[in-house]
Design a protein around this ligand. Sequence first.
Ligand SMILES: [Zn+2]
Length: 106
Amino acid sequence: MKVYECCGIESVTKKVFCSSCGKEIVNETEVPDEGIVYSFTVIQVPPAQFAHLAPYTVALVQLKNSNAKITARILENVEIGDQVSLDSIVDGAYVFKKVNTNEAVY
Ligand SMILES: [Zn+2]
């Protein structure tokens, strides 16, 4: 995914102008669709349009190679520090899945 940067502030949301200096944002960086769980919340009582998904986990994901954080729904239960990667984008919302870091142990 793309990260947009100005004044040291990185965001995955494309804004034309920087909220800090007011200049046009021209710095775009392609970063891996991966990150680390920074914090998370389990949603027990969601808004009506997501009721069929409940309970589900929403996490703040610290993106790899960036200081941008994004809010994403996570398909599994996660802990802070877990590695996650982008699974899909549904209705404009990011959906991440847990990266199984133990699978190479056999
Ligand atoms: Zn700026």
